[in-house]
Design a protein around this ligand. Structure first.
Ligand code: CA
Length: 360
């Protein structure tokens, strides 16, 4: 037998074998499973909405069309901040959102989006995938009938939009600001009033004066919402969200009903989407930032060091307090802090050391 024929023969044999194995599951393999993915984002919103679309498309293609996921924007099936409940009860099989929106369900959810002065995107992925984070997230979501997945990361966010300068912590007092999660809790400790609003309501809330200030994501996303039209000063850095993980939650019953290979495909697609969103933000943020500055005449400001120091100290208290909430919060907080204390030592010599060298 010539080599080419031999390979062909093996190929044909493999197909035949797969056919026999597949034969047992012919009915389920041939059946197209249809899932709904509800999201907290306006349909096709750059980065977040397109990230959810990318995840659905990847699942559809990796499964050869056996699992078709259809994406719904905020308010198409449920409002932005009802994604968690909708997937938990099975109205949709999947949801794309941010875990910190569910602090009312359990305060420890906030650890899985971003912790003020906590981990960067790269470090966050280290904790989730190889530092025990995912296991804890799964344990936290289990009683809600949900399976969490990391499915996107924005990288370091911007500090937010203000109509007055922030020269001292006193300037934050009485400020009504859209800032979700632990960052919001820190603002509260600094004397401000945090508000959680879905992205789609930020612009009109700023315009009507219902809120004084807001953060959203970064230049790429903030420009898409036109926030430069309703605020004068754009602050950095996003101390409150240094590397925010977006989530793809899955209804546990729906996931358990999938054949094993589709389960692997769904999880793998989430990992691909997690990586792809960070690349999208990294590639597009600066272009948007330059447009904001040059075309829209946005005034950039950096938080003064003493404001940052005060916010950092308040953050440590807020994070420790959330970590005291119950047994699982304690475990999550302990794991996060231990990982952070370790990874920071490496980041100092690697990322931080290099960034410092590059700037010389
Ligand atoms: Ca944000």
């Amino acid at each position: 037998m010539k080599r080419r024929d031999f390979i062909k023969g093996v190929g044909a044999g493999s197909v035949a074998t797969a056919g026999v194995v597949g034969g047992i599951n012919t009915a389920s393999a041939a059946k197209t499973i249809k899932w709904k993915m509800v999201t907290s984002w306006p349909k096709n919103f750059p980065g977040l909405g397109t990230g959810a679309n990318f995840l659905a498309k990847t699942i559809n293609e990796m499964s050869g069309g056996r699992l078709k996921v259809k994406v719904y924007g905020a308010n198409e099936i449920v409002p932005a901040l009802e994604v968690f409940d909708a997937v938990s009860r099975g109205t949709a099989q999947m949801g794309h959102s941010g875990a910190y929106y569910w602090k009312g369900k359990h305060p420890a959810t906030q650890f899985f989006t971003s912790v003020p002065f906590g981990l960067t995107a790269q470090e966050m992925n280290g904790w989730l995938y190889h530092g025990g984070g995912m296991k804890l997230w799964e344990a936290l979501y289990d009683k809600f009938n949900l399976i969490p997945n990391a499915a996107g990361n924005t990288g370091v966010q911007m500090g937010g939009w203000f109509n007055k300068e922030i020269n001292s912590v006193d300037d934050l007092k009485g400020l009504k600001m859209r800032i979700p999660g632990l960052g919001g809790e820190v603002l509260k400790q600094a004397g401000g009033t945090p508000v959680t609003l879905p992205g789609g309501e930020i612009y009109t809330s700023m315009q009507s004066g219902a809120i004084d200030a807001t953060e959203w994501v970064g230049p790429y996303n903030d420009m898409a919402f036109g926030l430069y039209k309703v605020a004068k000063f754009y602050y950095h850095p996003g101390w409150h969200e240094p590397g925010s993980t977006m989530e793809a939650m899955i209804n546990k019953d729906a996931f358990n009903e999938l054949p094993g290979d589709l389960q692997v495909i769904v999880r793998a697609a989430c990992r691909v989407a997690n990586q792809d969103m960070l690349a999208d933000y990294t590639a597009k943020n600066n272009q948007a930032l330059q447009t904001l500055i040059k075309k829209h005449k946005v005034e950039m400001r950096q938080y003064p060091d003493d404001v940052i120091k005060k916010l950092h100290s308040l953050s440590n208290d807020v994070v420790a307090q959330v970590g005291e909430y119950d047994a699982i919060s304690k475990k999550i907080h302990k794991s996060f802090v231990e990982f952070e204390n370790n990874v920071i030592q490496w980041s100092r010599v690697s990322e931080q050391g290099y960034m410092k060298s590059r700037a010389l």
